[in-house]
Design a binder for this molecule. Sequence first.
Ligand code: PLP
Length: 434
Amino acid sequence: MRPSDDELLALDRRHLWRPYTSSEDHESRPLFIVDRAEGPWLIGPGGRRILDASGSWWCNNLGHGHPRLRRALSRQAEQLMHVTFGGATHEPAVRLASELVAVAPRGLTRVFFSDNGSTSVEVALKIAFQYWQQNGRTERDLFLTLPGGYHGDTLGAMSVGAVDEFSAVFRPLLFEAARPDEPVEHDWEPVFDTLLARLRKEGDRIAGVVVEPIVQGAAGMRVYSPTLLTTLREEANRADTFLIADEVFTGFGRTGPMWASDHAGIAPDLLCTAKGLSGGVLPFAATLATERIYEGFRGGKERALMHGHTFFGNPLGAAVAREVLAIYREERILQQAEPKAAKLAEAIDDMAALPGVHHPRALGMCAAFDVGETGYMGKIGWEISDAALELGAHLRPLGNTIYVVPPLNIGDDDLDELLHIVRKATERVLGKDW
Ligand SMILES: Cc1ncc(COP(=O)(O)O)c(C=O)c1O
């Protein structure tokens, strides 16, 4: 028998350790219990329904409990749940790799699987580094990145990330990466000027340039112009170094096209994908690479990529990811999302009329605005989140940045309701109820 709600919450507070949460907050902040979920709805005790505005940490692109994903998972579970990829292979992973290549930016023909967004970035970094080490360019040992980047919480991913709140305490453990010093608020030109100047000057030392294409998620949903990414691609070519696109958040149509790189009409040399790859259902990730890079690992055992995970390409994740791709094709997810994205952009734009709301921005099914002074430690965002929970939506702010990343296939009525709650909660906290 399931413990009572109170017992469950007491056990949670007694034994769990929440991500990004102090012990005090873990023991005191409100929590809601989720018993099941469907579409954008999280459903708790007594049938209470809450809209999931954070897409369950940005991965739930097709809504909760998509019937086709449920069926794909149980079909695969009946047949083969897991087998090592060392010396064996199976249909779901093989077919997924070829289907991923078919939708990837041009030239990305090789797929290396792992378990989550952070590992997909670790793999990209290790591939780039080892490539140069064993192909006569040992001096290429420095990664170049953007200020404000976030690439995950493992040590390599943190080294190329730059959100201090996540990584400052670990700095002694991290390797050095180069990045412009300019603080980024919303003016990206000077930042890219410095980045490109460094690439021109020191291109011979650069193992790879790592970026979140077009939208920096954890830094506060900060958006930069596609032309800046196009120029970066050109400069990386000129320096003959690798462009590594971390599409963990932006991939699978979150910003409109399949990949945020598509806004700039570019193809990276390495692309990291996770989150939406499995429709947010299972931990599953991939790093895609070009044939040139793959060829750099030919020539004997000692030149093999020294990386692997127990659950590499696991059949359950691969079968679900294949079904995700089929749903995108057959349910025309990207096309269907276009009018929803327009509605989202309009509603977020309208928020600018509220005193205290700054920088409304939207791209595809990703929208955000800032309240009060910006910053990850800001408190107003959390007050708005608490107000939204009372009104029926789960917002998870980035400090004083409020964002909405609903499923790409959210129903129009549900989207209207979600936007209404976001506005009401913001008005309530900023002190104006009209
Ligand atoms: C751009 C980006 N890269 C990497 C990650 C890390 O992914 P994961 O939490 O699956 O390790 C995230 C997570 O939010 C992300 O937004």
